[in-house]
Design a binder for this molecule. Sequence first.
Ligand SMILES: [Fe+2]
Ligand SMILES: [Fe+2]
Length: 263
Amino acid sequence: MNDDPRSWYLDPRAAAAARAADLTDLRKQVDEMLDAMIAKFYAEIPYADHQARGDEINMAYYKRHNIETILRLRRKRTIDALAIGYFTKRDPVRGASWAHYVEDEMLHDEWFAGDLGRVGLTKDEIYATEPFQATKLLTGYLQYGMEFEGTPLALLCSVYFVEYTTTKTQPSWVRNLEEKLGRDKLAGARRHVGTDIADEHADFVWGVLTSLVASGADEAKVLDHMKIVANLWVAYFLELYQAVVAPATSSFEAAGTLAGRFA
Ligand SMILES: [Fe+2]
Ligand SMILES: [Fe+2]
């Protein structure tokens, strides 16, 4: 990472051009890792394919998953703002790009809240819910990167992780849920996955992510962040499962959801 304050206020276009590494090989490695993680997730995590393939949708599970999505998005936008602050000093061209993307993403929680309204949940009920521990830790991990590593790389890795896995998983989840619950109930989720795919969000995020990678050590860090983010997502899905489907049968099992090394 090139982070010399003496370079912060030079020409913005030159700063952007200096941060444009070709990381095609790294992206291939990341994408293959994420594909393998998705397969492992479906194979090993209880209920992982419930929304993609379940016949009778467990509504408590479906509702809590969407509530948690909303609570996560409402906090994630705060970290996005920290990332914009980082770019304003070092790479204003990328700052403008990220601000544009964040403007697009900022209120997507409303789309999921609209879907929950169609299955009987009020906004008051959604916003009165305390986020899961795993949601707090995922948000906290992104903020940790800003505070203690001095870069939004963890955030960018997490956003790439979500945009990439969304295009690989959400079309089948939304299709099955539309079949089982009715098309009108999934209007927000359908619109959301449509935006991610049509606007090629994963490609865009990868472009911004590469601007933060300047060495082999940074490339290794990208792989580390992806694994930690995967572990936190698995901890989330296990916490969700234990909260609404089947409680942990021992404190060891419950603790394992947080200490676990899925990736
Ligand atoms: Fe979104
Ligand atoms: Fe997106």
